[in-house]
Design a protein around this ligand. Structure first.
Ligand SMILES: [Zn+2]
Length: 239
């Protein structure tokens, strides 16, 4: 299995006649799970799919790197993959382009993934909380309501500042409207594959949000409560 290595892991690139590719990359070794730096010396230069082998500086085991080229601006670059995948957690797709999140929060999120993939469980939980703090603070400050500096209090203020129902109503309305267009014959307004695919995605989000996530969240919440009820409550009230 291939694992995608996000662009933030690229440490050094080469640029060969408008063809940009990584020659050094930081990622978790699929064998020992340590985050290491791999030097990439590409055996091929097909400008379609490239291939390189590199060994982990920590455990010395070999991994294979695949680079699938794609257009980038006026030149070529591509997507980088490692094999084996090593069963590591990926960053959320689309987070690189998420405008609402500051660079600082994105970096904290990437650090969280790195800590998790490095099997640093305590660091992961601390970093998760840090990312949450950053997200909530950003929303509270942006809306000019500099209320409590305590996270638990800020969380309670969130529904006053964000209309949580809006995205879900917009999703549902998009499905309804697109369905209407599909149901009535009109040659100029016929939904194509792209529209159908987007709509399937939207439908999946809706079902996930309404029926799958709530029970998963409930289960997770109960599990964390059981982990150490008194400790969790103490933190909750003081921070
Ligand atoms: Zn290794």
């Amino acid at each position: 299995m291939l694992r995608y290595i996000p662009f933030e892991g690229w440490k050094q690139t080469a640029n060969e006649v408008n063809y940009k590719y990584p020659i050094s990359v930081n990622t978790n070794c699929p064998h020992c799970k340590v985050r290491v730096n791999y030097k990439l010396s590409w055996a091929t230069r097909t400008k379609i799919v490239e291939y390189a082998k590199s060994s982990c500086p920590s455990c010395q085991k070999l991994s294979i790197f695949i680079f699938i080229t794609k257009a980038s601006g006026s030149g070529l670059s591509g997507d980088l993959f490692i094999n084996p995948s090593g069963d590591v957690r990926h960053s959320l797709s689309g987070i690189e382009d998420a405008h609402g999140l500051s660079t600082g929060i994105k970096n904290a999120y990437y650090s969280t993934i790195q800590a998790f993939n490095g099997h640093q469980w305590i660091a992961t939980t601390v970093l998760c909380r840090r990312v949450l703090e950053g997200i909530v603070k950003g929303i509270v400050n942006e809306n000019g309501k500099n209320g409590s500096p305590i996270l638990a209090q800020q969380l309670k203020q969130l529904p006053d500042q964000i209309d949580f129902s809006k995205p879900i109503l917009t999703l549902a309305d998009a499905i309804r409207k697109a369905g209407n267009i599909g149901a009535h014959f009109d040659e100029d307004k016929e939904p194509d594959q792209e529209v159908a695919e987007s709509l399937m995605d939207v439908l999946d989000y809706l079902i996930e949000y309404l029926f799958i996530l709530p029970s998963q969240i409930e289960q997770l919440h109960n599990k964390i409560e059981k982990l150490g009820q008194s400790d969790v409550q103490e933190l909750d009230e003081s921070e």
